[in-house]
Design a protein around this ligand. Structure first.
Ligand code: SF4
Length: 81
């Protein structure tokens, strides 16, 4: 039997708190609040990696890494200046 002695840190999606919620929580209907989703992101250890992934893959919908669609759009726009 092989023993895994790897010390590799877990990937962000292995730390994702949102894995314990339904997708509606992070992809709400237009016009509804994302406050609770963002609060959960604030306690998520995978947040930085999640946001990096969303920006790198141009994820347009939902809350990723604690930022809403419009907040990610603003961040992308400001980083291009
Ligand atoms: S930061 Fe938020 S959206 Fe990203 S993995 Fe964590 S809980 Fe999920």
């Amino acid at each position: 039997m092989a023993i895994n002695t790897s010390t590799t840190a877990p990937a962000w999606h292995e730390l994702a708190l949102c894995a314990q919620t339904g997708p509606d929580f992070f992809f709400p209907e237009p016009g509804t609040s994302v406050r609770d989703a963002k609060r959960l992101c604030g306690a998520c250890e995978g947040r930085a990696g999640c946001l990096e992934y969303a920006l790198a893959n141009d994820e347009r919908f939902g809350v990723w890494g604690g930022l809403s669609e419009s907040e990610r759009h603003a961040l992308r726009s400001s980083s291009r200046r």
